[in-house]
Each structure stands twice: as C-alpha cells, then as structure tokens.
Design a protein around this ligand. Structure first.
Ligand code: FES
Length: 310
C-alpha cells in the first residue's frame, strides 16, 4: 500500500507526526522518502527503508523517535512539485495529491531559483542573438561621442580690427560641428581677442608659456608668454552664457556676463560674480600678414578646474 498524505507516523516508541509530502524517484517511479511533519519540530526526510509497514492512515517506522529527529531536515528548495515538471506517467504510480508529490531539483540548478534560472537563460540567449544586430547601430551612435577633439586652426579675421591695448574685441566665425548622432551642422561662434600690455600678459602667464594638450596628453600648441595677443572662449565659465566687453561704473572696462553678473578683467581674471574660474584661454597665432587663427575649444562650465569637452 502507498503512504497517504496526513497519515499518522508512528515510531517504535511513540507517534511523531504525520506525512506532509512524498518524494518520488523520477526514474524508478518509486516513493523514495516521506516528509514527516514532526508536531511543531520541523520536517524530517525519512527514507522508505525506515518504513516497516503502511496501513490505512498509519505509517509504522522501524526507527525510534530520537532516530527520526536525527534524520535530515527537509529542504524545500531542493525539490520541485509535479506541477512544475512533467514526468510522463509518474502520477499513475502515485496515490497522493499530485501537488504534494516532489521530485529532486536538478543538480545543476540547485543554487539558482528555478524561475530565475530560466529567466536569466532567456536574457542571455536574447543578448547573444541581439548583440550582433545591435553592435553596428551602437557603434554608429556612439562613435561621435568618443571622436578625438578637433584641433584644427580656424581663421577668424584680421588683427587690424584690434586697435586699443587691453580691450576686448569680438571675432565671429563659423564652425562645423557634429553632435553625437545628429547630422553635421554649422554654428556661429565667437571669441574675444585682447592685445595685452606687459602688465596684463604677466597676470595671464605669470612668467610661463601656456601649453595646450589634446585628450591623449600630446602638446598641440604653446601660447608664448610675450606674444601680446590673447584669445578667450566666448562662453562664460559659470554656465556658458555669452559675455560682452562693457564699461562698469566702478571697475572701468571689463568683460561682463549678463546672466549672473560675473565680471572679468582684460586678463580674464574674475573680479566679481559666481564664475568659478578665469575666462578660458584658447591657442592663438597671428601671421605676419595679420591673419588671426585659433583652435576652437570648449570647456565644462561651472567647475573650478578646466575640463575640455569640445
Ligand atoms: S553664465 Fe555667466 S555669470 Fe552665469
């Protein structure tokens, strides 16, 4: 006779509980263990070899109650129910409620919850199928973000436009830009050029030439400390607004940013306002014929240190 769920379990010395589940061997279709609920002391996994006789509503063991207490506790995660696996023909051999009949969980899946295991497998399979398809698209989208900086010299006008020392003069120019995956576009930009007196040059260079490097650290140009022309990026280092050369009631001629009223002197040094650093200097050269060229660079706004972004 097959053990029944809820059958009383009796040891040699006393009753210890009842049958709460049945574990089957999926190959032999034999009951291999009973799970015995021990009257509030957990569940034990009792091998069928310990069963002496099964009668209607009672399972008699050939073990003492202390031996049953010493048997392995039942670990639910090590088993799956017949609802979750299909073993053809197994139910015909079992005379208990199918949902309470367990079979061992496959060894390879023991450490991963079964549903998680299959879900993860689905994701991994999807990734393997999708990655080769997505790679060219991702490469196309991301390439511009990692493109090296453009360090070409741009002609912006003739230096004859700068007539007075220590005075900001705006030069406008056009630049072709490629922003991420957007098509190329031409934008108008501006830079401020100052013909600096030695006092202003000293404030800027403090006795040292200024070297510019690319993202890889290679030097691309050096502004010589005694070359009188300075070029400042047209973007305010506070939050990137455009600033102007204006007359201030107290400070005289200054660079004034109208957005949050940052004020800079002709050397680009901050005189007032929230700007975290001086105006950003750019590489500049002036040819014998007076043609002015700069390397267009942009830097992260709002930071004390200078980080190039374009
Ligand atoms: S952006 Fe220039 S002061 Fe804020």
């Amino acid at each position: 006779m097959q053990p029944q769920l809820k059958s009383k379990v009796r040891c040699l010395d006393r009753d210890v509980g009842e049958v709460s589940r049945v574990i089957m061997d999926p190959l032999s279709f034999e009951v291999s263990h009973l799970v015995v609920s021990m009257n509030g002391e957990g569940e034990r996994q009792v091998p069928m070899a310990a069963v002496q006789i099964v009668t209607d509503g009672l399972v008699q063991l050939r073990s003492s109650s202390s031996e049953v207490v010493g048997m392995p506790p039942f670990k639910r995660d090590d088993y799956v129910t017949l609802h979750e696996v299909e073993i053809p023909g197994l139910e015909k051999h079992v005379h208990v409620t199918p949902g309470e009949v367990l079979v061992p969980f496959p060894e390879l899946e023991r450490n991963v919850k079964r549903r998680t295991f299959f879900a993860n497998m689905t994701y991994v399979t999807g990734l393997f199928i999708g990655l080769p398809l997505a790679y060219p698209i991702l490469k196309f989208l991301m390439k511009p973000m990692y493109a090296p900086f453009d360090n070409r010299w741009l002609k912006i006008g003739n230096i004859g436009k700068v007539k007075t020392d220590d005075t900001g003069v705006q030069f406008q120019y056009k630049r072709t830009l490629k922003e991420a995956y957007m098509p190329e576009s031409e934008i108008e930009k501006n830079v401020w050029v100052v013909k600096a007196t030695p006092a202003v040059l000293e404030k800027v260079y403090q006795g040292k030439d200024m070297e510019f490097r690319d993202a890889a650290g290679t030097a691309i140009w050096t502004n010589k400390k005694d070359m009188p022309y300075l070029a400042f990026s047209g973007k305010c280092p506070h939050l990137g607004c455009a600033f102007k050369w204006r007359k201030h009631k107290v400070l005289g001629q200054v660079f004034l940013c109208p957005c949050h009223l940052s004020i800079y002197d002709a050397s680009g040094k901050v005189l007032d306002g929230p700007a975290p650093r001086s105006l950003d200097m750019l590489p500049i050269q002036v040819s014998a014929s007076g043609e002015v060229q700069i390397v267009d660079m942009e830097f992260k706004a709002g930071t004390k240190s200078q980080t190039r972004i374009v």
